[in-house]
Write a protein that binds this ligand. Structure first.
Ligand code: NI
Length: 163
C-alpha cells in the first residue's frame, strides 16, 4: 500500500467526471489499497479516486471505530430528508462549510470482490457517501454553499472529518 499524493483545489482533475470501472482486476485492488492508506494517513473518513488523480468510480469510507469499506461504481438510488451539516474536504484543507445534506441515502455498487452491495446510511456515513459521490462527477461541497459566509477557515489539525 502506498500513500498517494492528494490532489488539492484548484487541480483540474477534481472537476472532471470519473468513469465506471470496467473490470475489477489487480490494478483496481491496488488502487483501493492505496486509497485506504492515503485516507488513513490524512485522518479522513472518506476518499474518492479523483482526489488522487484517478478518474474511476471508486470510493473508500472509514467511519470512526470501523473498518474501511470500498465501493466500486457506486450510485445513489435513494435520498431522503434534509439536514444542516458541517463539512470538510481533504482536497480543500483549512476550510469547512455549512451545507445541506440528506438525512439518509441508499447506495448500490460493488465490493472489492465484485459482489453487488447495497448500503443504507444515515448520519456521517450518509454525508460522506454524498460527498464522495459528488467527487465522482467533479462536484465539491463548496458548490452547495448558499453564500460565502457559510465557508469558514479552520486549523487543518482540528479537521478530523475530512473526506
Ligand atoms: Ni472531498
Amino acid at each position: 500500500m502506498v500513500v498517494r499524493q492528494l490532489r488539492l483545489l484548484p487541480d483540474a482533475v477534481l472537476r472532471k467526471k470519473a468513469k465506471r470501472v470496467p473490470a475489477i482486476d489487480k490494478s483496481v485492488h491496488r488502487l483501493i489499497d492505496d486509497m485506504i492508506e492515503t485516507m488513513q494517513q490524512a485522518n479522513g473518513v472518506g476518499l474518492a479516486a479523483p482526489q488522487i488523480g484517478v478518474l474511476l468510480r471508486v470510493v473508500v469510507l472509514q467511519m470512526p471505530e470501523e473498518e474501511p469499506v470500498a465501493i466500486i461504481n457506486p450510485e445513489i438510488v435513494k435520498r431522503s430528508g434534509e439536514r444542516e451539516v458541517v463539512e470538510g474536504c481533504l482536497s480543500l484543507p483549512g476550510y469547512s462549510g455549512e451545507i445541506k445534506r440528506s438525512n439518509s441515502v441508499i447506495v448500490k455498487g460493488l465490493d472489492r470482490q465484485g459482489k453487488a452491495i447495497r448500503i443504507r446510511a444515515t448520519g456521517l456515513r450518509a454525508q460522506a457517501l454524498e460527498h464522495e459521490l459528488d467527487h465522482l462527477r467533479g462536484s465539491l461541497y463548496i458548490d452547495h454553499l448558499e453564500s460565502e459566509d457559510k465557508l469558514h477557515q479552520i486549523e487543518p489539525e482540528t479537521d478530523n472529518r475530512g473526506m
